[in-house]
Design a protein around this ligand. Structure first.
Ligand code: IMP
Ligand code: MG
Length: 193
């Protein structure tokens, strides 16, 4: 039983959402499993979980509470360049990590990996700061859209190559507060490019 309202309660907010792909219960169950695996693998390591704002915040909040060993958390905020000037996934860091990560066991926590360009840029950036280890945990993976190979140590769900919203994922800043993940109707979705 989820502690959220049933999907019907969100009907006003979910206008434009065609179908529920993952329910709040399914997400909670999978996050619990990921937390258990991380707790086991990082025992005694005091890992630092690093999230990319804003999309990751619900996942990070839930994952943290499913981890039973001591961990620390930090966030990085980025802005993507406009489509025309986007190169190699380069992004502008608008809020950097609060602390150095040299010698730390860093676990990168992502909401969704699509082309992988953003993450691969951030991995290069963080690797240059000499962490003891750097691994990736993503809740959603759209592997068929991947342009760059990124090893994923922890993965929640595979997603179709369609645009989804909810559980932190937005379309033009809307829908982040849906507790489930839904498929956006093609009539609503207007690609930026
Ligand atoms: P990429 O892996 O560099 O292509 O970009 C991944 C980012 O694109 C994610 O962190 C999201 O912000 C955004 N994104 C990718 N797919 C979706 C989606 O289906 N819904 C909402 N945001 C998405
Ligand atoms: Mg977004």
């Amino acid at each position: 039983m989820s502690h959220y309202y049933p999907p019907e309660a969100y009907h006003e907010l979910s206008e434009g959402v065609r179908e529920v792909l993952l329910s709040a219960e399914q997400i909670e169950q999978r996050v619990r499993e990921l937390g258990a695996a991380i707790s086991r693998d990082y025992e005694g390591c005091n890992p630092l979980l690093v999230g990319v704002l804003k999309g990751v915040f619900p996942f990070m909040a839930d994952l943290l509470r499913m981890i039973t060993i001591p961990v620390e958390v930090d966030f990085i905020a980025i802005t993507r360049y406009a489509a025309a000037e986007r190169r190699n996934g380069a992004v502008r860091i608008t809020k950097d990590l609060d602390e150095p990560i040299e010698g730390r066991h860093v676990l990168f926590v992502e909401d969704v990996i699509d082309t992988g360009l953003t993450l691969s840029y951030l991995i290069r950036n963080l690797t240059s700061r000499r962490p003891a280890s750097l691994k990736v945990c993503t809740l959603f993976d759209k592997s068929r859209r991947r342009l760059i190979d990124i090893p994923l140590q922890y993965k929640g769900f595979d997603l179709p190559t369609k645009f989804v919203v909810g559980y932190g994922l937005d379309y033009r800043e809307k829908y982040r507060n849906l507790p489930f993940v839904g498929l956006l109707s093609p009539e609503v979705f207007q690609p930026d490019e």
